[in-house]
Design a protein around this ligand. Sequence first.
Ligand SMILES: *[C@@H]1O[C@H](CO)[C@@H](O)[C@H](O)[C@H]1NC(C)=O
Ligand SMILES: *[C@@H]1O[C@H](CO)[C@@H](O)[C@H](O)[C@H]1NC(C)=O
Ligand SMILES: *[C@@H]1O[C@H](CO)[C@@H](O)[C@H](O)[C@H]1NC(C)=O
Ligand SMILES: *[C@@H]1O[C@H](CO)[C@@H](O)[C@H](O)[C@H]1NC(C)=O
Length: 259
Amino acid sequence: MASSPMASIFLVMVFLSSIFIATEAYRASSRTVQCSHGGPGIQFPFWLEFRQSRDCNSPGFDLLCRGNATVIRFPSYGDLVVKSILYNTRKLNLIDPKSCVPEVFLNLNLSLTPFHYWYAVRNYTYFNCSAPLSNAFKEIPCLSGVGFHVYTVESYLPVPGSCKKIKTVAIPFSYSPYISDNSFGLGLTWDLPGRESFATKGHRHILSIDRGNGKAVLSIGIVIVALVARASVKIYRSRELQKLKKEQELEAQKLLADS
Ligand SMILES: *[C@@H]1O[C@H](CO)[C@@H](O)[C@H](O)[C@H]1NC(C)=O
Ligand SMILES: *[C@@H]1O[C@H](CO)[C@@H](O)[C@H](O)[C@H]1NC(C)=O
Ligand SMILES: *[C@@H]1O[C@H](CO)[C@@H](O)[C@H](O)[C@H]1NC(C)=O
Ligand SMILES: *[C@@H]1O[C@H](CO)[C@@H](O)[C@H](O)[C@H]1NC(C)=O
């Protein structure tokens, strides 16, 4: 039975489908690059300067490798290290290499970038005092220095008279001495690039298959294999039935001829 042409065609089809699935999965995974082993995977809408072509990517999403670190450059602040990128939830987790998150919050201006803070923001006023304030205010050590002390208050509160207002900024957290982590609050989310032409939509659709890391392609492939298998089995069975019928007819004719 295995030598039947239908069975051979079926096997060839299964083989070709497997090759198709394998190549698609490989292509999807090879679209992701990394700065170092264990570093965040870089894929659409992000892209790695000097390593990936620009055409299918978008401004503001360019990343760099600095040694083994993945880095994103903000003109308003400088370089921040990319800790992780969560594509499903669109969350970019960053680390401040200077370990002064309140300084990032003070200077980082996201208005001309595709990003905004992942967390809800409130307006805080930063201010600078020549003398330290009471313990009711929490001094920001990494922004303060000899002869000056920097604090934040919620923007609706008055700035103490002896101090100079620096800036009011919409940020997720004010300074806390208990959480002076170099990544605390440095979570951003992004809007996808605006142009919604038919071409970019189509492209995005294809890329969204890639983002599923070949999973979508895999399931489509499995469905194709299943359909091909079902069709082949049906054809094979009907052929076998016809053969059987013919044999029976021949036998019947033979019996008739004999008698
Ligand atoms: C990355 O490089 C730094 C210094 O260049 C090194 O200390 C660290 O171990 C490296 N990390 C990895 C994961 O290779
Ligand atoms: C951020 O940049 C925009 C555009 O350059 C500017 O209008 C805005 O005032 C800036 N915001 C802050 C808080 O500096
Ligand atoms: C912060 O202040 C600006 C300017 O007064 C205002 O437009 C904005 O809505 C405020 N943001 C929040 C989160 O309160
Ligand atoms: C605070 O004031 C001091 C002295 O005037 C100045 O050197 C320092 O840069 C100021 N800090 C900030 C964050 O503006």
